[in-house]
Ligand binder design. Structure first.
Ligand code: ZN
Length: 389
């Protein structure tokens, strides 16, 4: 089968960009394909500040995808090419004070498309001379999103998943043309296998955790809120917190909009974890700047498997962002997750258990009188079905 590629313009060279380690300041050119800081092993930030503000009043004439915020994106330009029409998800009221942004209505049915499109476009622009293949590791939505966007960009892709991953998930990854490598053992063993492969020449590690371009994609979640609310943001932006990819993207966008004078105040970030796996909430309550060095690698099971991350590499950044925003952490029980999924389904919205966590939290802790909050519904219920009762 031949898939036409004419809809994707030729790749422009990426503007020269530099990765910078937030912990020790180490730098590396993006072209080096270095996927983490060689000094400390931590994730990169990107040395990037938008050159000009996004013009609110001229957005309506623009392309209907997240590429419409081109001033804010490190890969913007006339050749911005890879897209499946991601973004521009609806914002609907759930109560007088809480609205939901329906990010499960994405091309691969989760918010991860926001970051995956950026990684695929970056790999494409780095060019076949540098990038022979893309690798990713995920047992869930990120792997699916990377596989789909690599298919769109015509990039060879390998996704490492734990051996126990459900066949339904691996089927979709394979259907997108990606190679699936099953790794015996747990999620950590899978990550180790992917990182080993990432060290091979010509390999682009499309890590949604370590690569900061992913965060510059997820930040469009907040740019869309800002556009939809006529140049304002809600009082609270409620986000799930596992690896913090949506949280840190939101914090990036809030910082950019505030620095450019496009918003007056900064909303509070309300971060939500499953009570069963809540290392960040515990560290926040303890006043810690980072997770303790002896934080466990293994966690009890939770319905919110997408945010069941015992040792998120960006923990220090997540804790700092929530504190600087004046926000807080909330945790939700398994019973609250089940109830929230049923409640949303009864309102016409079928969302996977991880994706209902923020609504579960705000149902129990609604905003104060006169304040507003937005919760993301992050992934489609069709991906997982209804949580067992
Ligand atoms: Zn470092």
């Amino acid at each position: 089968m031949t898939i036409p590629t004419a809809s994707i313009p030729p790749a422009a060279s990426p503007a020269p960009m530099t990765y910078r380690c937030p912990a020790d300041g180490t730098r590396a050119p993006v072209e080096s394909l270095a996927w983490h800081c060689p000094t400390c092993g931590g994730p990169w930030d990107l040395d990037f500040t938008p050159a000009s503000p996004v013009p609110l009043n001229s957005l309506t004439a623009r392309v209907n995808s997240l590429w419409r915020y081109e001033e804010a994106l490190p890969l913007a330009g006339p050749a911005a090419g890879v897209t499946l029409g991601e973004g521009r998800t609806p914002l609907i009221p759930l109560t007088d004070s809480i609205s939901a942004k329906l990010d499960f209505l994405m091309p691969t049915l989760s918010f991860k498309d926001r970051g995956a499109v950026m990684l695929a476009e970056l790999a494409r622009r780095l060019g076949p001379g540098r990038v022979a293949r893309v690798v990713a590791d995920s047992s869930g939505n990120a792997g699916t999103a990377i596989a789909a966007y690599c298919a769109r960009a015509r990039l060879p892709c390998t996704v490492y998943v734990p051996e126990a991953t459900s066949p339904k998930k691996t089927e979709q990854i394979r259907a997108h043309g990606a190679h699936v490598t099953l790794i015996p053992g747990d999620r950590e063993a899978t990550a180790v296998a992917a990182r080993t492969a990432a060290g091979e020449p010509g390999t682009f590690y499309a890590s949604h955790v370590h690569n900061p371009y992913f965060l510059h994609g997820t930040k469009t979640y907040v740019y869309e809120l800002w556009e939809d609310l006529g140049g304002r943001l809600p009082d609270a932006v409620v986000v799930p917190a596992g690896n913090g990819t949506l949280l840190l993207g939101a914090w990036l966008a809030i910082g950019e909009l505030h620095a450019q004078g496009l918003i007056t105040g900064r909303p509070a970030l309300i971060a939500v974890q499953a009570k069963a796996v809540s290392p960040l909430a515990a560290a926040f309550r303890a006043g810690a700047q980072d997770l303790p060095g002896d934080a466990p690698h293994r966690t009890p099971p939770t319905l919110a498997e997408g945010i069941a991350i015992p040792r998120p590499p960006r923990a220090a950044q997540i804790l700092r962002a929530v504190r600087e925003s004046g926000g807080t952490f909330l945790t939700v029980t398994e019973d609250q997750l089940r109830a929230a999924q049923l409640d949303l389904a009864a309102r016409g919205l079928f969302v996977e258990p991880t994706g209902v966590a923020c609504w579960a939290a705000m149902s129990a802790h609604p905003p104060q009188e006169g304040r507003t909050a937005v919760v993301p519904l992050c992934g489609a219920g069709a991906k997982t079905g209804l949580a067992a009762r």
